[in-house]
Design a protein around this ligand. Sequence first.
Ligand code: UN1
Length: 508
Amino acid sequence: MLADILERLHVADDPRIASIADAAERPGEVISSNPTTAEPLASVRLDTAEDYERIAETASKAFRAWRRVPGPVRGQAVRAIADELRKHKQDLGALVTMEVGKIRSEGEGEVQETIDIADFAVGLSRQLYGLTMPSERADHRIEERWHPLGPVGVITAFNFPNAVWGWNAMIGAVCGDSIIWKPSLYAPLTAIATNAICARVLKELDHPDIFQLVIGTDDAVGERLVADKRVPLISATGSCRMGRIVSQKVAARLGKCLLELGGNNAVIFEPDANLSLAIPSTVFGAVGTAGQRCTSTRRLLCHESIADEVVEKFAKAYEQIRLGDPLDASTHVGPLIHEHAVEQFLSAMTEAQDQGGELIVGGGRAEVEGLKGHFVQPTIIRAPADNNLPIALEETFAPILYVFTYKDLDEAIEMHNGVDQGLSSAIFSESMRAAERFTSESGSDCGLAYVNLGTSGAEIGGAFGGEKDTGGGRESGSDAWKAYMRRQTVSIHSGSTIQLAQGIRFDQ
Ligand code: UN1
């Protein structure tokens, strides 16, 4: 099946794919494994420091040519990319499923997210607007011009191996930038296939080679990319730990960073929450993608008057969850990405129970017949009555939902904001007052706030990102494009006598 998919995606002969049939750990290669079967899919050649140098030079050269292509023409190229991605949506989605274990509809949904951002970018290519300002001086004019920035380094995580690159690459492309993509070593095939589609379209249109891919270790290529002065912007998605290292290295060379790091997202259930909406939405938020989204729901803050009923209903809903092969259309939840993630899940379980958490459902490794992958049980843990459960303050990338209770909305909001991260948040309530309070300046402190929707599954049209340890970056829609361009304030004088600003006189 993999060989056919790679064939249809035109990458079966890609020189980076060292072997499909006898994938084995060899020096200079990495194995892409299927987390569902724990079996190797392919071995992929790793780029070296010298490869990085060549790739960065190509990206710099491509940038110098691409920046002179008019914005709307760049948009037409991105439109052709979107058309091509549409044709390959199923195969690319299946590849995502095979490499990272997302269920089919989420794998395809991710490719759809890239198509959506490409469509958005096409429109944007005609709307890279700058402001004009009235000058305080006669015969003077001030305006802002947005210029392409340079090669952009895009570091992506395993959990969104296609869409997060898409957010950066499609916007960067219409902004006139080239892209150096360093994907997760857990999803190199998705990266090879995605990048190849985009590179092929540009080549057919005779455009510069702006989509560059570098697959390598942090030592060999990651550190070089982050320290590279030719790369004015590093957009990185991953853990808070990784973000701290990257941002310090980029700051040391006074480069710019766009960070989308961890989340510890909570949902508040008010007493008047519509539970037939709130519970399924929160189940998807907590167990969708096996709890491996940065937007996954990790904490449920439930009003004390409905907590017992809610926990009971959740336990029933979790009985319906079908764990299994993510390629099978009836599966809801696939495996975790690797064995280490299972160990982290199990250690969180031990800590939660040591800290007085009550196990409501799940809690262990899951056996799925015929599959040797990294499956765990979707889990609910109820916090002790004093709400003291320190493990819930950490982000564990697994399907664990911690349930807390509260007495009034002020207390709920305080608990909600009482974590280091600030990505996504949600409230379920029929009350306009509660919704307004939650989304007000003294409500949720997150970059994303939802009312009567779960914490994951953002559309591309809004700016995506979060505050505090989430890193502060904004990607995707709205005016996030401004991070991918440089702003020039242009003042033009059309008179013939010198007039200095601030009324300064400098007469001779
Ligand atoms: C991520 O987990 O890094 O809002 C991105 C969502 C998706 C993107 C998640 N659109 O859940």
